[in-house]
Design a protein around this ligand. Structure first.
Ligand code: SF4
Length: 272
């Protein structure tokens, strides 16, 4: 364990020591569970930090007591992680959230990915009643009108489906990289997602975009052609534009909103 990581574990135990003692009985309190999850995440981060991606994912799978879900939108990082999962034959549920507003190129990449790896990827769709109510209320492209309208659309098309994708999971793997944005720079290799009560692994957290591109090229990983057209980050078609030279990677997401976070609510806290 590195000195920094070890210090983080000690910090967590100090901060949550009372909670941990309170949870020492047969029925842990909610705060005790939360503290234990945070300590577990810090311990796992120490164990995994020096490993390569395959070892990180394999060890995470082995250490998490229960189902592990990997969510992908078929972007570069998701494709690289999926390659590692498939190559190692790991027992991890691979899921995508089909918002219904994705680019044609993304659907083509999805199809090419299933062919390349010989497996079906589980798709989760928005619930029809919620979606119909949303469209009735704000119209088909109402998300351009305000931050609240956009958030309501992301909630119906992404956040609620993610809740179902992760139902029963004890671990969640995502493709976050620290250098994608200032918000993501706060993310950890392993984090405690207290809201969802699970451990979250970001196995490419310390990778650069160039490293991911090189890996994909060297291993015949299907890559969304939009990446070659100035889209470093790819989400729903109406809410993603190409970035200009020098712009941050996520500048093309919800570009009409004047704020820097550029997240849809799937990643609820910076530390995750
Ligand atoms: Fe709706 Fe745009 Fe969010 Fe997609 S990214 S769910 S279209 S607001």
């Amino acid at each position: 364990m590195s000195a920094v990581a070890g210090g983080r574990v000690i910090e967590l135990i100090r901060d949550h020591g009372g909670d941990l003692k309170a949870s020492a009985g047969s029925v842990p309190t909610p705060s005790g569970k939360s503290a234990a999850l945070a300590v577990r995440a810090a311990e796992l981060a120490c164990k995994l930090s020096s490993l390569d991606v395959t070892q990180r994912v394999r060890r995470f799978r082995d250490e998490v007591d229960g189902p592990v879900v990997f969510t992908t939108g078929f972007g570069l990082e998701g494709q690289v992680i999926l390659h590692h999962i498939c190559a190692a034959g790991l027992d991890i549920d691979v899921v995508t959230l089909d918002t219904g507003r994705l680019f044609p190129e993304t659907y083509a990449t999805w199809e090419a990915t299933e062919r390349r790896y010989g497996r079906r990827i589980r798709a989760i769709y928005p619930r029809r009643p919620g979606l119909e109510a949303l469209i009735a209320d704000q119209g088909i492209n109402g998300f351009y009108r305000s931050k609240e309208a956009r958030t309501a659309c992301c909630d119906a098309r992404k956040v609620e489906p993610l809740r179902r994708a992760l139902a029963g999971a004890r671990g969640w793997i995502t493709g976050l990289r620290a250098d994608q944005s200032a918000f993501r720079n706060e993310a950890s290799l392993v984090a405690a997602d207290h809201e969802r009560g699970l451990l979250k692994l970001n196995p490419l957290i310390d990778w650069t975009r160039e490293a991911a591109e090189d890996f994909a090229a060297a291993h015949d990983v299907p890559v969304n052609p939009l990446h070659q057209k100035g889209f470093p980050s790819i989400g729903c078609a109406p809410c993603t534009r190409a970035v200009r030279p020098g712009e941050p990677e996520r500048a093309g997401r919800w570009w009409w909103e004047d704020e820097s976070k550029k997240e849809c609510g799937l990643h609820v806290a910076a530390a995750q």
